[in-house]
Design a protein around this ligand. Structure first.
Ligand code: ABU
Length: 522
């Protein structure tokens, strides 16, 4: 019972060791119970509450901040509640995000990292972690295919930030004086990325003062891959308008379709025009570790920079994202400001290990240790096996949906990554023969256009409008599974199932399909 104990009684309080141990053990019990529940298929993925319900503190869970210290018993209750109302992203039936799963070694790594509570800016305060980062980044560069003499990088707070680094570096590479003179000294820059690429490329242009209108969204084929001829056309168009093309992003594993842009063909175009080629492999980079799948990234070794998020396909606990740069020294030159209080040049060790000045941050979380520890625990073989397993699950779902009359795949071809995109078919759509008329009805049912007409025709069926959002709402309220949906281009809302959790088995895939069908037909 911790009801008469407060945080002031914990270490560094005198004689605080025993109560500290007891408190942390109790917390550990809470976390272990949560971990067990996360892996237990009979427990829910989430216990959904609307924001006002959580804010009201209806079930005794208060978000309000007190003036007086609360006792440790209350803090343990708060910890339990925080987990209770959260989403179990490690549950084998959580398919909602690209980053899922709960790796126990990764978790141990994160605990150690928090306990060490150090900062990644200098060797002085993070000697072991800095060296681990060097080892891991080198390993990743080897899988990209850069030579021994090439390669640099840094862990950053997520794929969007890693992509931001790529645009920043490309701009600096062509216009080093931007660092001192700013954007006014530059021509109007243009960058190119596919219509299916992640919005972070456009956000980078916004953040860096390049402007969203100067981002050219290159057309994709039906499968979501950038069409090289369209890239060439976009570059010519930009030049014709007097813009200065400097950067192309090729995506290895698009967020929704999981498509891989043809990197080699794009690299040829970049070479011809002298452009920086970035590969956003935030999602697909992990496939480099798999013998079965790495050919999908053919040509990546020709990139000037690569984003790779081990917190996605490699199941490393959030966050763990790397920006890898082919040209050594560029990160440092681009970002270095040599703050004298931190990066003293007269230190008694090799100050190139004070990697913090390569970054646009000052303080930097240790993201590398959990990955390093997981690599030790699994070896390359372990990562390969888990990645192959996730893609097998996607193939299984794809194959299963091909044989179901109540589902329609968004594209028929086999998944390239672990994304499977599909519609659930309302019964009246299902009964129609495939073709234009059926597609039109599907569109109406999902988009909610003419909902009342459809409603009259269907006499109150749930499928009258916006099918996916309605199924998703019911799914979250029942809490047994979670999968995302979105529209894309001319495609009305469809489900996107992604697999990155090695704990997911075929029976979980069966469960998801049956659950969507159950919720859709009720
Ligand atoms: N940064 C992309 C993450 C998107 C997703 O998890 O669906």
């Amino acid at each position: 019972d911790f009801s008469s104990v407060h945080s002031k009684d914990l270490l560094p309080a005198e004689n605080g060791e025993k109560v500290t141990r007891l408190f942390l053990r109790e917390l550990l019990n809470i976390l272990l119970a949560y971990i067990n529940k996360s892996q237990n298929r009979s427990s829910k993925v989430l216990d959904f509450h609307y924001p006002h319900q959580l804010k009201e503190g209806r079930e005794g869970f208060s978000l309000e901040l007190p003036d007086q210290p609360e006792n440790l018993e209350q803090l343990l209750v708060d910890c339990r509640d925080t987990l209770k109302y959260g989403v179990k992203t490690g549950h084998p039936r959580f398919f909602n995000q690209l980053s899922t799963g709960l790796d126990i070694i990764g978790l141990a790594g994160e605990w150690l990292t928090s306990t060490a509570n150090t900062n990644m800016f200098t060797y002085e305060v993070a000697p072991v972690f800095i060296l681990m980062e060097e080892v891991i980044l080198k390993k990743m560069q080897t899988f990209i295919g850069w030579s021994e003499e090439e390669g640099d990088g840094i862990f950053s707070p997520g794929g969007t930030m890693s992509n931001l680094y790529s645009v920043l570096l490309a701009r600096y590479h062509f216009f080093p004086h931007v660092k001192t003179e700013g954007m006014h000294a530059l021509p109007r820059l243009a960058l190119f990325t596919s219509a299916h690429s992640h919005y972070s490329i456009k956000k980078s242009a916004v953040t860096l003062g390049i402007g969203s209108e100067n981002v050219f969204l290159v057309k994709c084929d039906e499968r979501g891959k950038m069409i090289p001829a369209e890239l060439e056309y976009s570059i010519q168009t930009a030049k014709g308008k007097g813009l200065f093309p400097f950067y192309v992003n090729a995506t290895a594993g698009t967020t929704v379709y999981g498509a891989f842009d043809p990197i080699s063909d794009i690299a040829d175009i970049c070479e011809n025009h002298g452009l920086w080629l970035h590969v956003d492999g935030a999602w697909g980079g992990g496939l480099l570790l798999s013998e079965r799948h790495r050919a999908k990234l053919r040509g990546i070794e020709r990139a000037s920079s690569v984003t790779w998020n081990p917190h996605k396909m490699m199941c490393v606990p959030l966050q763990c994202s790397a920006i890898l740069v082919r040209k050594k020294g560029l990160l440092q030159k681009c970002n270095q400001l040599s703050a004298e209080y931190l990066f003293q040049m007269d230190k008694h060790y090799d100050t190139s290990y004070d990697t913090g000045d390569k970054t646009i941050q000052c303080g930097r979380h240790v993201d590398v240790f959990k990955l390093w520890l997981m690599w030790k625990a699994k070896g390359l073989e372990g990562f390969k096996a888990q990645i192959d397993h996730c893609l097998e699950n996607a193939e299984y779902l794809h194959c299963k949906l091909q044989n179901r009359k109540d589902f329609q795949l968004v594209f028929q071809s086999k998944p390239e990554h672990s994304n499977v995109c599909f519609w659930y078919l309302p019964s009246y759509v299902r009964s129609m023969p495939p073709g234009t008329e059926r597609n039109r009805e599907l569109h109406l049912a999902y988009s909610g256009v003419r909902a009342t007409t459809v409603l009259r025709r269907l006499k109150g069926s749930v499928h009258v409008s916006k099918v996916a959002p309605k199924i998703k709402a019911k799914m979250m309220e029942s809490g047994a599974t979670m999968v995302g949906y979105q529209p894309l281009g001319d495609k009305v809302n469809f489900f996107r199932c992604v697999f990155s959790n090695p704990a997911t088995q075929k029976a979980d895939v069966d469960f998801l399909v049956d659950e969507i069908a159950r919720l859709g037909s009720n």
